[in-house]
Write a protein that binds this ligand. Sequence first.
Ligand code: NAD
Length: 389
Amino acid sequence: MARAARACLHPDIPKGGACPLRPGSASRIDVTIISVPLGPRSYEVCIAPASATDIAQKIGTALGKTTGVAVLVDSRVGQLSPRVQPLVEALAARLPRVRRMDLPAGESSKTLAAIERTCDWLADNGYDRGAALVGIGGGATSDHVGFAAAIYLRGIAYATCPTTLLAMVDASVGGKTGVDIAAGKNLVGAFHQPRAVLADPGFLDSLPSRETAAGMSEVVKAGLIADAALLDTLEAQAGAAMPAAVLAKIIEAAVRVKVEVIVADERENGRRAILNFGHTVGHAIEAASGFQLLHGEAVSLGMIAALALGVARGVTEPGLLARTTALLACLGLPVDVKHRLAADVLDRMEVDKKRVSDAVRFVLVPRPGEAIIQGIAFGELKQQLIAAL
Ligand code: NAD
């Protein structure tokens, strides 16, 4: 294994130090529209700093004729971001019967009980099959809102305004929705595509830097599995205050990777599984930490484990492990996977949804921008992982 991260690529950042990822303010950002062509379920992802009126107008256009709009807001975002209330008001000025409901902050909204409360509230407020939901929050909110929209009255429309980096580059795009149950995370859910995703990087102003770094982990993943140039950009930028325009371009590149993959395989019958790179081990570490680690932090560790395994199996070019470890460390993400990978942690992979009988469909990256899937027997996987690290 790479026992220590290579020195941080940026000379100003001490080895292992966190990189400032706060977007700089002074640069102009273009509006980027990315189409998600899924036939009748097609929609657009818009990445742009936008006024509340602009966002409301785009959502209104995407939702089309509607009988009412329920705006579901992550309560912490509602408290911390000055952008929320103007957006709700702009939606109310444009769309019929707009009411706001605040959701429990973050992952605590991803329970069946919380979904039931949302559905009861929708019914109590008279929202019918022509109504739509708008979610404002991170990935937990888009999972909650998408799942509620999938099942309320057997399915209504929804749009999301992601407010975390992870939700902008990953969770809000692709139509996978769901909640957690006692047996594991995301074990109950539905595929339900949004009508629009409006990603305004300005929402990231209030996001804690630890959460921003965790989102960067999924950006690194996108680079590793499908966009070598994105990795180069991250390496060039990591360690310096990132201009807002560069951050927007990085978000765009990561969204393009996700869109390309989900368009090829909307329901995860094949290629979409490459998005799980780093997640098989990452989920096990995340669960073993009692969810003290953020998802992106656990994925950072899982990607290092997957690269080490790839090197051990002769699939991954050896330099990529050290290179990625250095980048992740520079981005302020944990890389000390060896200390976190006891055999009992790996046993948690047994409840992994990607496990098929006694084999795991494991995603490996041979070289930057390329991913393959190998079926690996569970026992062999455990042994090789422990030996590789
Ligand atoms: P999150 O939604 O839990 O948000 C993290 C924390 O940041 C929360 O406490 C939230 O209240 C707060 N927050 C959100 N936006 C903020 C802002 N702008 N300012 C200040 N605080 C803010 O976490 P996340 O990382 O966005 O998403 C993780 C969730 O996404 C997990 O539940 C994961 O399973 C899910 N996910 C889903 C998919 C998918 O395809 N459906 C993909 C990846 C992750």
